[in-house]
Design a protein around this ligand. Structure first.
Ligand SMILES: NC(=O)c1ccc[n+]([C@@H]2O[C@H](COP(=O)([O-])OP(=O)(O)OC[C@H]3O[C@@H](n4cnc5c(N)ncnc54)[C@H](O)[C@@H]3O)[C@@H](O)[C@H]2O)c1
Length: 407
């Protein structure tokens, strides 16, 4: 069975996802970078199909996915039929690309916000989306005060300062109410799955929201190193993590409020994993064009060990930014649909804690990925959704655990 995916923000990550899926379906590449590969019972990777795409960049609107993918992969000569079928539709702007070298247009400036939302719902209805993935330019947002308040703002066309993500969240809620239940995956730092009122609104519409901010690069690695140190009672004295990249997202992050949003989702990891505060500097630190999508990451952690010995961990890495998240999204889309089919409503910490930097619901801790992985495997086992036990699952090593699931 196909999972019909609607993309919001056809940028680098979304285009890498589209191309990677097309190449997998043609048998050109393997499943590297997709954690649960084809071990999930209900849906294979090949079942994920992008059926709709929305953007505000005037240079992308109206183009096929294949043409947009070629903007990021100019040497691509092969034609992929699945990418030619989908065209980029116009979206709601609300100023989300301010200060960026993008000629942006939003349908709200022509028809007003409320009508724009209905146009978006109509676009999703035509393509029958099951799962939406928010990948627009990094946005900052406070938790939403109330869904009713959002409703009033939209009805009165008073959208000054409203994050575009909230307009899409609202559109998804309307879609859930009028068409069918939906899953909304928020892969950006806006506060969505951590917003109580949004989670409740989705719950009431038999729908799901996952988020916030995909955990793809150095931050999950930092959380795992901190867990390693904490388990050995080697006490960190400070954590520093630099990220410098050359893609549009890094350019966008030069903007103070966007950078704050990322800093919030990234640096909460330290106190969440350790349980106490230490001096920390973790935030996107710069834009240098020649680095392109392959960002430079550097990390330093100083710890106090036995007999007051001082150790230092230094990690340097170059990490391809977009494929790191795109691979996770192939799982997220499938797990969201499985949860939806199984009758889950609202949000699921079991999924968010592994794939997201700041997992919802509101007040949840960000935990190390090593621990989160085990929680997720356990959830998948309880769902009867694994065709085989992953090698790294604790269930492999503890006979009692194996017995519980009759493995
Ligand atoms: N590894 C990663 O790359 C990673 C990890 C975690 C989170 N993210 C988040 O994913 C998002 C996308 O990253 P990217 O590298 O693809 O960025 P990008 O700048 O390449 O793409 C963003 C796209 O969104 C479009 N857009 C902006 N505002 C829009 C709106 N209101 N409606 C519809 N489309 C809109 C832009 O025109 C652009 O095409 C960012 O918010 C980033 O914070 C990325």
């Amino acid at each position: 069975m196909t999972i019909r995916v609607g993309i919001i923000g056809q940028g680098y990550v979304a285009s890498t996802l589209a191309l990677g899926l097309a190449r997998i379906k043609e048998g050109e590449i393997g499943l590297n970078g997709i954690p649960f590969q084809n071990f999930i019972k209900s849906y294979r990777v090949e079942d994920v199909e992008i059926v709709s795409s929305i953007d505000v960049d005037a240079n992308k609107i109206g183009l096929s996915l294949l043409d947009v993918v070629r903007m990021y992969f100019p040497s691509l000569s092969k034609k992929y039929e699945s990418l030619e079928r989908v065209r980029v539709s116009p979206g709601i702007h609300l100023g989300s690309t301010r200060n960026l070298p993008i000629k942006a247009v939003g349908i709200e400036s022509e028809v007003g916000l409320e009508n724009a939302i209905y146009e978006i719902v109509n676009e999703w209805d035509k393509s029958g989306v099951d799962v939406l993935v928010n990948l627009i330019t990094t946005e900052y947002s406070e938790p939403l005060e109330s869904f009713h308040h959002l409703h009033k703002l939209i009805r009165s066309n008073e959208y000054e300062g409203l994050p575009a993500t909230y307009a899409y969240v609202y559109a998804a809620a309307v879609y859930a109410e009028t068409v069918k239940p939906v899953a909304f995956i928020n892969a950006i730092p806006a506060t969505v799955a951590r917003s109580r009122s949004i989670v409740r609104a989705f719950e009431e519409r038999n729908s799901i929201v996952l988020g916030d901010d995909g955990a793809s690069g150095a931050t999950p690695l930092t959380s795992d190193i901190l867990e390693y140190l904490a388990e050995r009672n080697r006490v960190p004295r400070g954590v520093v993590q630099f990220n410098i990249g050359g893609n549009l997202d890094f350019l966008a992050l030069l903007d103070e409020t966007r950078n704050k949003a990322k800093e919030k989702t990234k640096s909460s990891v330290v106190s969440d994993v350790l349980g106490f505060e230490v001096p920390t500097f973790i935030k996107p630190t710069g834009y240098v064009e020649y680095l392109g999508d392959k960002k430079f990451v550097s990390m330093h952690i100083e710890t106090i060990g036995f007999n007051e010995s001082i150790d230092e961990i230094v990690v340097n890495a170059r990490i391809n930014d977009s494929p790191a998240l795109a691979g996770l999204l192939v799982d997220l889309v499938r797990l969201a649909k499985i949860a939806l089919n199984a009758g889950y409503r609202g949000t699921l910490y079991e999924i968010n804690s592994f794939y997201m930097k700041s997992p919802g619901p509101e007040g949840s801790k960000s935990i190390s990925r090593i621990v989160a992985y085990q929680i997720l495997v356990d959830w998948l086992l309880r769902m009867g959704e694994l065709t085989r036990l992953p090698r790294y699952s604790v269930h492999n090593f503890i006979p009692e655990l194996k017995k519980i699931y009759d493995l």
